[in-house]
Ligand binder design. Structure first.
Ligand code: FES
Ligand code: FES
Length: 393
């Protein structure tokens, strides 16, 4: 398999080593640099044992491709030897019996380090919520929470000892000409490049999701709904526009809640439509201010005629979720939640298509769909996930 030379700053030192496209950062550190403090448990983003810092943010090393860390600043547990705040945490973990076998401890310390700098007021309940992405099979968590509370109560406060510093990496230069970099397929309509939107080409390594939806409504009427952006937005649970779209550009927000996780993404998108081919694309980026997570994605869609009274909508999505919410973003669970949302959106689009073509621009005034959420959505998603796993056996 071909390899790429990955250059990055590792625990303060410039390093370079070859990595296969599929190698994750944990293997890159353990195998190429013999830094075995980054532990691997599940390798699926579930247990948190591999948590470390990339550009000042905690990430799962098992879900981070080594090649995506070109020019990044990576800090693993070995890079904290001289760090005064980590010294406090280590001491508190040991005083409160916050570790037993120690397998989870490097990841647990990384998350604890992030908590004490970012959330100076966190109480035990908030600490437990923040730690939800780090599993420990030994301690029962009480000692870990007590250790973090102890450090938070210390003097001077942790954020004064080591302030939060997050680095913005320079965008990698692309060798490809711009036209090629923004093309996904010959026939897919694309909007012109917009600095405030993600780069289509850069989303190629995002999580992929492909779905086919069947809508019991005449295709031309479905297209009439799909080509009216405010109407489509009003079909999406929890979504709303700030103002009528201009030239395919829109700003707005979307609220999603699943069990204890709730996010309100505010962002912008650009829609490109090809009415003759009945296809289009949506490129967007949003940020949840509360969790400081960001989501960027690309949706290509194409409408096909199944019969006079039925249409088929092919969807191809690519997305990247970053920040603390990504800790919960198990791809299988995200897929289940997306399926539930898509089922509701397609039902609503079919209902409106059957009701007749919308008068232009009336969608913005149409009642928006209430955000799906709470335990119902999470329970549904988990049920679907369990069924899917059982079917595979
Ligand atoms: S090994 Fe990365 S989250 Fe479990
Ligand atoms: S101390 Fe053993 S898994 Fe956490």
């Amino acid at each position: 398999m071909s390899t790429t030379e990955v250059r990055l700053t590792l625990n303060g030192r410039e390093v370079a080593a070859a990595a296969e496209p599929r190698s994750h950062l944990a293997d890159f550190l353990r195998d190429e640099h013999l830094l075995t403090g980054t532990h691997l448990g599940c390798e699926h983003g579930v247990c948190g044992a591999c948590t470390l810092f990339v550009d000042g943010r905690p990430v799962r090393a098992c879900l981070t491709l080594a090649v995506s860390c070109q020019d990044a600043e990576v800090r693993s547990v070995e890079g904290f030897d001289e760090d005064p705040l980590m010294a406090r945490l280590r001491e508190a973990f040991s005083r409160h019996h916050g570790l037993q076998c120690g397998y989870c401890t490097p990841g647990m310390l990384a998350t604890a380090y992030d908590i004490v700098r970012r959330l100076p007021q966190a109480d035990a309940a908030r600490i437990r919520r923040e730690l939800a992405g780090n599993l420990c099979r030994c301690t029962g968590y009480a000692g870990i929470v007590a250790a973090i509370e102890d450090v938070l109560a210390g003097d001077p406060p942790p954020a004064a000892v080591v302030p939060v510093e997050r680095r913005r990496r320079p965008r990698p230069r692309t060798e490809k000409p711009a036209a090629e970099a923004t093309r996904t397929s010959d026939s897919q309509p694309t909007a012109p490049a917009d600095e405030s939107l993600p780069d289509r080409a850069a989303l190629a390594d995002g999580v992929a999701l492909e779905r086919t939806l069947r809508l019991a409504a005449p295709p031309e009427r479905v297209w009439a709904v799909l080509s009216d952006i405010p109407t489509v937005v009003s079909c999406i649970p929890g979504a709303s526009l700030d103002a009528p779209p201009e030239d395919g550009r829109l700003t707005g927000r979307c609220v999603v809640a699943a069990g204890p996780m709730k996010a309100s993404f505010r962002g912008r998108a650009r829609v490109a439509l090809d009415a003759a081919a009945r296809r289009g694309s949506v490129l967007g980026r949003g940020r949840d201010g509360l969790s400081r997570s960001s989501l960027e994605g690309l949706l290509d869609f194409a409408l096909h005629e199944e019969s006079e009274a039925a249409a088929r909508l092919e969807l191809a999505m690519r997305y990247r979720l970053k920040g603390p919410l990504a800790q919960f973003g198990r791809p299988a669970l995200v897929e289940e939640i997306a399926d539930r949302l898509l089922a509701q959106v397609s039902d609503e689009i079919a209902r409106r298509a059957l009701a007749g073509p919308p008068a232009e621009g009336t969608g913005a005034a149409a009642a928006p769909q209430r955000a799906l959420g709470g335990l119902g959505l999470l329970a549904h998603a988990l049920r679907g996930l369990v069924k899917r796993i059982l079917r595979r056996r």
